[in-house]
Design a protein around this ligand. Structure first.
Ligand code: IVH
Length: 690
């Protein structure tokens, strides 16, 4: 057998087992046998690199998109659904449906679970997955294909035999929902907690954040799932009914909600809803209702859309899970930026499977909005969220009001320095740069997964390094607050850089740490010295500098020294860096203490340079605004070309605009350019400059 045939054979075999495991939940070989097959394929591909294809099962975790995610227009808008919150609203919808259709048309309803995730459009060409678009603003989404590939229940290619069996052409679009299963979500939060990070609020947010992460290997670890529910071709529904669509998707190898059912009467729909509510807690993933769709495509077409939602479908939402309990008090947590967050201390109450004792109150405005007083009876909701919220004060004969005012502290609960509220801001902050709460949060952030990845340096160890004893650590349920009392032992760490000077003896002197864990922690710290500059920048905890910005800054400036000496102008010339971010960066590097920290991290051997992105210089210093439709270039490509030549693209016309590039149907931006006397180019003019 030729290597090529052998590779094809192995791939088909692996794909079969992946489908059994990840789509059907019915593995037919052991994990070890599966791994062995993958290893055989990897070895073969290593020997014959020319045989590697993007659809090979070995390529699920590939490189990250260098330029971020490309924006792509949807084949037809990704709309949302109208909601029904009770029986009457659902019956009214069914009534509208039947009365708008000729009496001869018997309406069937397809009922599906409403998965609590985010929608995604997968494009297949020639049976191969080529794009995976997020909803975006509904008309234009972002292509997160490198992350979608890591989702094991998404087929990377579909064999012709399967397409035939499903009655599908080889080029089509599948829409569906990405969800994070409960188990994956809990695992993620365990890790986040161990790394001292705040818990993700709910599986939907976690899934949404994950799908836009620029590092596919992180996405792969989080185990997302994809459930398909629509099949389109060139923006049109492909098959003659929703039920046929679901069946075809299943045959083609997609994961489809197994509980979906087509029924003939609205009473049967209520039967389905009752069953869904009963099964909800045992599914392993979150659903927040049931979606009801008119089954026949022909009838869907006749019913049409209202602009923001189809008339032929509706979401029946489950009632939120709520309960009433008493507000016992308010605690104040101090975050990494010094921000004080009020947290409600509640009389324990059992809601939707867990005991709730804390709820976030966000800020002073929220307390005022609710009109809260200590002792009040409050309505607490957990809408699939991990962190519950207070929705209102309950007041009636059975629930008398509380009387004690909530007073925001005038001094930081951790360091005792006065707190301030800046003009126009809602948050109170402790501005003492040496507040122990800050250092604690800085350390946790620096060491966390996705930043410097120092495994083992989590909440409890950070507290100990700062001199607290284990007994003082209080569990708040949110993995946020940690220490109640003043330090009782000398701190081993006074700055993030001190992590790199820790010794085995020091670590072994801490409570609950044996030689083994001390050694592995030191190895983790050692390993972090070679983390790329983008991670180090992220680890510094500069306000507004997240993963993406840190990555861009590293690539644009190529080293920390260039960044330190960058002016606000240099910074805003970089894509994605606006004046607010630039100011935060400048402010951070203008601080002596921070510069000292950078120097000490440098001395500790951390990576302070990165490969600089090379750019042309033809358009350096020029800012372009694109408007209208250009004859040959898409916006994205025009933008790419301008940036590659050193120019910047901005969304609005201002004094800083050098040229407005106008295409067909250019609107107000072109007008504004004329008013302001900004030079206008057409595509040809732009190409000439390039
Ligand atoms: S159909 C034209 N089916 O719910 C609208 N949506 O609230 C197509 N969702 O944006 C949506 N499960 O993200 C449909 N079985 C299901 C769904 C579902 C979850 C989401 C979807 C949509 C949102 C609307």
């Amino acid at each position: 057998m030729s290597p090529e045939q052998r590779a094809a054979e192995l791939r088909a075999e692996i794909e079969h087992h992946e489908h059994a495991y990840y789509v059907l939940d019915k593995p037919d070989i052991s994990d070890a046998q599966y791994d062995a097959l993958v290893n055989l394929l990897k070895a073969l591909e290593a020997e014959h690199p020319e045989l590697v294809t993007p659809e090979s099962p070995t390529q699920r975790v590939g490189g990250k998109p260098r330029e971020g995610f490309a924006k792509v227009a949807h084949s037809r808008p990704m709309l949302s659904l109208d909601n029904a919150y009770n029986e009457a609203e659902l019956r009214a919808w069914a009534e509208r449906v039947t009365t708008s259709l000729p009496a001869s048309d018997a309406v069937e309803y397809t009922c599906e679970y409403k998965l609590d995730g985010l929608s995604l459009a997968l494009h297949y060409e020639d049976g191969q997955l080529v794009r995976g678009l997020t909803r975006g603003d509904g008309s234009v989404g972002e292509d997160v294909i490198s992350n979608v590939r890591t989702i094991r229940s998404v087929p990377l290619r579909i064999a012709a035999t399967k397409l035939d069996a499903a009655g599908l052409p080889s080029t089509f679009e599948v829409r569906g929902e990405v969800v994070m299963p409960q188990s994956a979500f809990e695992e993620l939060n365990r890790q986040r907690e161990a790394a001292g990070q705040a818990a993700a609020a709910n599986p939907r947010n976690a899934a949404a954040g994950t799908i836009r992460t620029i590092e596919p290997s992180i996405v792969a670890q989080r185990r997302l799932d994809f459930y398909a529910y629509f099949l389109l071709r060139d923006g049109d529904t492909l098959l003659k009914s929703q039920q046929a669509t679901l069946d075809a998707l299943r045959t083609a190898g997609f994961r489809v909600n197994p509980q979906a059912r087509t029924v003939k009467t609205i009473d049967e729909v209520f039967g389905f809803i009752a069953q869904a509510e009963a099964e909800r807690d045992g599914l392993g993933y979150e659903i927040d209702g049931v979606v009801i769709k008119v089954n026949a495509t022909a009838l869907q077409k006749r019913l049409g859309f209202t602009g923001k939602a189809p008339r032929w479908a509706i979401a029946y939402k489950f009632p939120a899970r709520a309960g009433v309990t008493q507000l016992r008090g308010v605690l104040f947590q101090v975050g990494r930026t010094g921000k004080l967050t009020p947290v409600a201390d509640l009389q324990p109450i059992f809601i939707g499977g867990t005991t709730v004792t804390r709820a976030t109150l966000h800020n002073a405005d929220e307390i005022q909005r609710l009109g809260l007083k200590i002792g009040d009876q409050v309505s607490v909701e957990r809408g699939g969220d991990v962190i519950p919220k207070i929705t209102q004060v309950v007041e009636d004969k059975m629930h008398p009001r509380g009387t004690q005012e909530i007073v925001f502290p005038t001094v930081c609960p951790r360091c005792g320095e006065p707190v301030v509220r800046e003009e126009g801001e809602v948050d109170w902050r402790c501005v003492n740069a040496s507040c122990p709460a800050r250092l604690e949060e800085e350390l946790r952030h620096f060491a966390s997964r996705g930043v410097m990845n120092i495994e083992g340096l989590g909440e409890s160890l950070v507290a100990q390094l700062l001199g607290h004893t284990v007994a003082e650590t209080v569990e708040t349920g949110e993995g946020e607050e940690s220490v109640a009392e003043a330090p009782t032992r000398e701190a081993l760490v006074h700055s993030v850089a001190d992590i790199y000077g820790l010794t085995l003896e020091q670590l072994m002197g801490l409570e609950r740490i044996g030689q083994k864990s001390a050694e592995s922690l030191l190895a983790e710290i050692e390993k972090s010295r070679s983390a790329p500059l983008s991670r180090v920048l992220l680890g510094l905890g500069i306000r507004h500098v997240g993963e993406r910005t840190a990555q861009t800054l590293a690539e644009e400036f190529g080293g920390i020294d260039a960044l330190i000496s960058a002016t606000e102008e240099d910074l805003t010339r970089v894509n994605d860096v606006g004046p607010k971010v630039a100011e935060a960066i400048r402010e951070w590097f203008a601080n002596e203490k921070n510069l000292l920290l950078v120097q000490r991290l440098k001395d500790a051997g951390l990576r302070m340079t990165a490969e600089k992105r090379t750019r042309g210089t033809k358009l350096t210093g020029m800012t372009f605004v694109l408007t209208g439709t250009l004859p040959t270039l898409t916006r994205d490509i025009a933008k790419e070309k301008i940036e590659a030549a050193g120019g910047k693209v901005s969304g609005s016309v201002s004094k800083k605009t050098t040229y407005v590039v106008a295409g067909e149907d250019a609107g107000s931006k072109l007008e504004k350019a004329r008013e302001m006397g900004v030079a206008v180019l057409d595509e040809a003019g732009l190409l000439e400059m390039l």
